[in-house]
Structure formats: structure tokens, C-alpha cells
Write a protein that binds this ligand. Structure first.
Ligand code: FE2
Length: 424
């Protein structure tokens, strides 16, 4: 064996587990494995998880914060006008440089798979070319999946459809959309039909920005579920944001949830961004705006949490930490029950891995040897502490290390240090 990780706790609750790794894959998982390996890592009882997965991101805008100026008001509207000022000034080299830097942060956070939307409404397709290059460069250590995203509307923008087809032809993986931004409800529904038919024809996955609005009548998720079922796209379609569901009439939602479940459409909420941008037209009470996460889960729908933005015109915070995303999602959705907190951890690991269609993901014999050793004993503790990533392993190789979180104390009669963990 090349490597064995000993005495790990696993996300499913198993403890004192050894994980043997050979040639980049997991060879065996069990208690006290009798194997010799070139290298041994002692997890000391800490949590070892498959890598974090971000199901929703915008890598073409990331780390552009302050270019050409900061978003003073912190609002969506100023963010959109800022993006408009920045777009003509984007160069491919600068975009690649920022994306590569973000991928460094991601790896250090144990985030080894990202689905990024890329705006295809610029006729030069400069961002598409740049992110295809980034995908190629990071492939040894990070899976980057790209979505052709018509930011200005596939029907509303005159060149968007041709650009989307070109982007897919160049190697972009997934078909995107933004039905609530089309000119009318009918145009929005038509855009969903058109894009789903295109995806079905080409055998592609679909991930649309869908109903990112506080308007309870924004019901494009209904059309997305219907088209998914009609075209046999079950398990390959995701609705991102779905924030209008927060504001919808409860009776209508009682019809909608089973339709979504039946269609096999997954939901991707973006808690950091939804809690920031939704409800902005409200006085008080102010809506939270995140989609109905516990209710979707209870209906049997896959729900993942995405980061959406990090240091871009819309959001000046973030650092690629999916535990921060899970932490916010847990709070916004009030998912404080024991099982619910664990589900928030799955929403940034296993569930998005399934939505992206990642192959051989997990901790079982035959899976890729991609692992994260956390400075925490359980999934809930990992979220509570936004735990340090003691080690990040990709294909059996250690690609990043961080020290445990520990503070030295200078207090009379108290211990010399604390690690923020309950000693039992
Ligand atoms: Fe987004």
C-alpha cells in the first residue's frame, strides 16, 4: 500500500477506522487493517471525510472585489452595474490568475470539486476560454465542471443562444439558464423548454438559476420539473436558488414539492448569498428568502448548498470554506436537530457529488483516494468550528496541510491552551 490513514472517524458515525490507499484509490476500509504502507497518517480519532463539493459557483467573477471599485451599498443592483463596468475590462490572463488563486484557496479548504457557471453573454466568450484553460490546469487536483450561463437571458439577449451552443461545442459541460430574467413568464417557460430540449438532444446535464426572486408567482421550477420528466432527464437536472419558493403560497407548494420529487430535479440553495440578497424590498418583517430546504429534503429531493460568490461585485466575503456555507445554511433553515445538522454536512459533500455526477466519490474500496482530515470529531463539530483542514489528500497524495486550531492561554490557574473542543 502507498498510504494508510489510521484511527479515523467517518461521516456515517463509524469510529476507529483505517483507510488503506494504493495507486490513488481506496483499497480497504475497516478496523485495524493488517497492512503495511509506505506512509502512515494517524487521524487521532478525528473526522475523515470525502472532499467538499461546491455545487454552485461563479469562477469568472471571483476575487475581482474592488475592481474597478468596491460595491459601496452591498446591494444586488450596485453589484450588477459593477459587473457591467468590469466585463469590458476583463482580460483572459487576469481572469485565469484570479481563478487559479481561488482554486488554491479551495484545495486548502478541502474543496476538490466545483461546479462553476460561466457567463456566455459576452460574444468574445473570453471567460469561457479562460475557465476551460483553468479546468485543464487544475484537473490533477480539482474537478471543475462548467455551466454555460446566459446571464442576460437566453431569449432576451439576441446572441445568447448561439453563444451557448458555441460554448458547449468548446467543451463546457452543463446547460444553464435564467428563466425568471426573461421578459415575461411565458418567455421564461419557453426558455426552460428550449434549454432542456437542447440538453436532452446532446445528452447533457442542466443547472438553471431558477426563480432567484422574492416574487411568489415566479414558478419556473414547475416547468423545469415538468420538462425534466417529459424528456427523461431525471437525475441530471438541478434548480439553483429557487428562492421564490420561500414566498410562495403554502397550498401551491404542497402540490409543487411532490412534482419536484417525482421529476428527480435536485435543488441547490446558496445560503450566504440568499440571506444577503433576498428580502431587500421588504421593510419588517423581512423575509429570509432561502428556498424551503427541510421541506424539500423531507419530500425526498436532493438538496445541496453552494457558495455562489467569493469576493466579487455581489459579495465581498468568503474564502472557499464550504463549512461556512453549511453553517449559514443550518442557521437560515433552522436545521438544528441532530439529523438535520448532519444533513447540512451532506449538503456540501455527498449530495453535491451526486448532483455533479462525480464518479467513484466516497470512502469505500474502489473510490478515488480523495480525503480531508478535519480538526473535529464529527460532522456537527466540523460545522460548529468550521474546522481546520489538517490534511487534504487527492488521489493518495497530500496536497495541503493546516495546523489545528489552538490558542495558547496566559491565565492564572487555567490550562496553558484551548482547542475549542469539549474534552470528555
Ligand atoms: Fe449563481
Amino acid at each position: 500500500m502507498d498510504l494508510v490513514v489510521r484511527n479515523a472517524s467517518l461521516p456515517d458515525g463509524r469510529r476507529q477506522i483505517d483507510i488503506a490507499i494504493d495507486q490513488g484509490r481506496i483499497a480497504a476500509v475497516g478496523e485495524r487493517l493488517a497492512v503495511n504502507a509506505a506512509r502512515e497518517i494517524d487521524a487521532e480519532g478525528d473526522l475523515v471525510t470525502p472532499p467538499f463539493v461546491d455545487a454552485h459557483f461563479h469562477m469568472d467573477a471571483t476575487l475581482s472585489y474592488g475592481l474597478p471599485r468596491v460595491n459601496r451599498s452591498g446591494t444586488l443592483l450596485e453589484g450588477i452595474s459593477l459587473w457591467g463596468e468590469l466585463k469590458p475590462e476583463l482580460t483572459q490572463d487576469a481572469l485565469i490568475e484570479r481563478a487559479m488563486q481561488y482554486c488554491d484557496w479551495a484545495v486548502a479548504r478541502g474543496l476538490l470539486a466545483i461546479r462553476s457557471h460561466v457567463d456566455i453573454c459576452d460574444d468574445r466568450l473570453l471567460a469561457v476560454e479562460a475557465l476551460l484553460e483553468v479546468r485543464r490546469r487544475v484537473a490533477p487536483y480539482l474537478d471543475l465542471q462548467l455551466v454555460a450561463f446566459p446571464q442576460d437571458g437566453i431569449l432576451r439577449s439576441p446572441t445568447a443562444l448561439a453563444n451557448l451552443k458555441r460554448a458547449i461545442g468548446m467543451g463546457v459541460d452543463v446547460v444553464g439558464g435564467i428563466p425568471h430574467f426573461e421578459r415575461t413568464m411565458a418567455e421564461g417557460a419557453a426558455s426552460v423548454r428550449l434549454l432542456c430540449e437542447f440538453a436532452a438532444e446532446r445528452g447533457l446535464r442542466v443547472d438553471m438559476h431558477c426563480d432567484e426572486s422574492d416574487d411568489p408567482m415566479s414558478r419556473h421550477i414547475e416547468t423545469l420539473a415538468f420538462e425534466t420528466q417529459r424528456l427523461g432527464l431525471q437525475g441530471r437536472v438541478a434548480g439553483s436558488h429557487l428562492t421564490s419558493m420561500h414566498s410562495m403560497d403554502n397550498y401551491y407548494v404542497s402540490k409543487l414539492l411532490p412534482l419536484i420529487a417525482e421529476s428527480g430535479v435536485a435543488a441547490i440553495a446558496n445560503p450566504l448569498i440568499n440571506i444577503t440578497l433576498q428580502g431587500r424590498h421588504d421593510s419588517y418583517p423581512k423575509r429570509r428568502g432561502m428556498t424551503r430546504v427541510p421541506e424539500l429534503l423531507a419530500a425526498g429531493v436532493d438538496v445541496a448548498f453552494g457558495h455562489d460568490c467569493v469576493m466579487d461585485p455581489w459579495y465581498g466575503l468568503g474564502s472557499g470554506d464550504m463549512l461556512e456555507v453549511a453553517h449559514m445554511g443550518l442557521h437560515v433553515a433552522q436545521m438544528t436537530g441532530q439529523e438535520a445538522m448532519h444533513q447540512c454536512f451532506l449538503a456540501v459533500t455527498e449530495t453535491p457529488a451526486r448532483i455533479l455526477g462525480l464518479e467513484d466519490y466516497g470512502i469505500a474500496p474502489g473510490c478515488h483516494a480523495d480525503l480531508v482530515l478535519l480538526d473535529a470529531g464529527s460532522t456537527v463539530e466540523a460545522i460548529r468550528l468550521r474546522a481546520a483542514r489538517r490534511m487534504v489528500i487527492r488521489r493518495g497524495q497530500v496536497v495541503s496541510e493546516s495546523p489545528r486550531s489552538r490558542a495558547t492561554l496566559h491565565l492564572p490557574g487555567r490550562p496553558a491552551a484551548t482547542a475549542f473542543r469539549l474534552e470528555r
